[in-house]
Write a protein that binds this ligand. Structure first.
Ligand code: NAD
Ligand code: MG
Length: 300
């Protein structure tokens, strides 16, 4: 499933197929793109790049698969040096992404590790700075999502793990990175439509996304005096391993994305250009903003 030219005009409703009811195989968490069925499109065949990020240094969490992989490919093809982080159990996906960004030419480095560990978050940033020289673009994209039907089934362990991955790690990495970010740098967080339209089965996840949205806007105002912009991208339903590893119950997975106005789930390749825009100087007058990539489910 791939398009072959990011600029070819076409009907967005049929650019990618609808979920057909066969996308229902669950994987253990964290899931792998390597066994995602059907496969997702990360822009491998279509993303062209036009030097919009030439010479920039980027750190992307969750850069092995899904939205993070598409962002890594796009940034590299726009000329950025890229460090990706992911969990050690995702090495197969991480290596595939690395190979693709190396083909684009710029520097590509993997620093695997668990970002729920504050010490590791500091090490990650330190190693990224040693490898790249600075951090011009920070993409806080790693995330955890587990669907739970009832309140009594939502364990303290899951609640803490979701908040640590989605919120605390973003704080730890950002705090460590900002001293290495020059004026003109850009921080981009991955929030979600769930920040605005929370589903009942995603109580922990949706509330972390609400926190990410508020964190983004508050931090943006705090970092204006350093000339650093802070924005977020809010995806709607995007076909990634996250959804196939307990992110959605089986019956929702089979119809995943079909209820949004455009009538289908989005692909990671369709989300990455919003990150490129927010990372580049083209968005110089945009900070404290959230860009929705939702198939028509508008943000408030
Ligand atoms: P994904 O599974 O491909 O990416 C999530 C990544 O998070 C994993 O690849 C993993 O590397 C990383 N991660 C999770 N726990 C980690 C940990 N403890 N340490 C280090 N890395 C860890 O799925 P995705 O959908 O591309 O998710 C990327 C982001 O997009 C997430 O923040 C997610 O909440 C957000 N998002 C996704 C959707 C969607 O429909 N897929 C919608 C809105 C927002
Ligand atoms: Mg992954």
């Amino acid at each position: 499933m791939a398009i072959f030219d990011q600029y070819a005009m076409q009907d967005p409703r049929t650019q990618y197929p609808k979920a057909q009811g066969h996308a229902d195989e669950q994987q253990p968490d964290p899931a792998l793109d390597a066994i995602l069925k059907p496969q997702a499109d990360h822009g491998e065949e279509s993303y062209c790049g036009a030097n919009r990020l030439r010479g920039r240094k980027a750190l992307i969490t969750g850069g092995d698969s899904g939205i993070g992989r598409a962002v890594a490919i796009a940034f590299a093809r726009e000329g950025a040096d890229v460090v990706i982080n992911y969990l050690p159990s995702e090495e197969v996906d991480g290596q595939k992404t690395l190979n693709m960004i190396r083909e684009a030419g710029p520097k590509a480095i993997a620093i695997p590790g668990d970002i729920t560990d504050e010490k590791f978050c500091k090490t990650l940033v330190q190693q990224a700075v040693e490898a790249l020289g600075s951090i011009d673009i920070l993409v806080n994209n790693a995330g955890k999502q587990q669907f739970v039907e009832e309140l009594e089934d939502l364990s303290t362990e899951q609640f803490v793990q979701t908040y640590t991955t989605n919120v605390f790690a973003m704080f730890w990495i950002t705090k460590a990175a900002v001293p290495h970010m020059p004026a003109g740098a850009s921080i981009i967080n991955t929030t979600s439509i769930q920040s605005y339209q929370p589903s009942p089965g995603l109580l922990d996840y949706a509330s972390t996304k609400g926190a990410i949205t508020a964190f983004t806007k508050s931090l943006a105002k705090m970092l204006v005096k350093k000339g650093i912009r802070v924005n977020a991208v809010a995806p709607g339903p995007i076909w990634t391993p996250l959804q196939q590893s307990g992110g959605q119950p089986d019956e929702k997975l089979q119809q995943f994305g079909n209820k949004v106005p455009l009538g289908r789930a989005g692909q990671p390749a369709e989300v990455a250009p919003a990150f490129v825009f927010l990372a580049s100087q083209e968005s110089s007058y945009i900070t404290a903003e959230v860009i929705g990539v939702t198939g028509g489910e508008h943000l408030p």
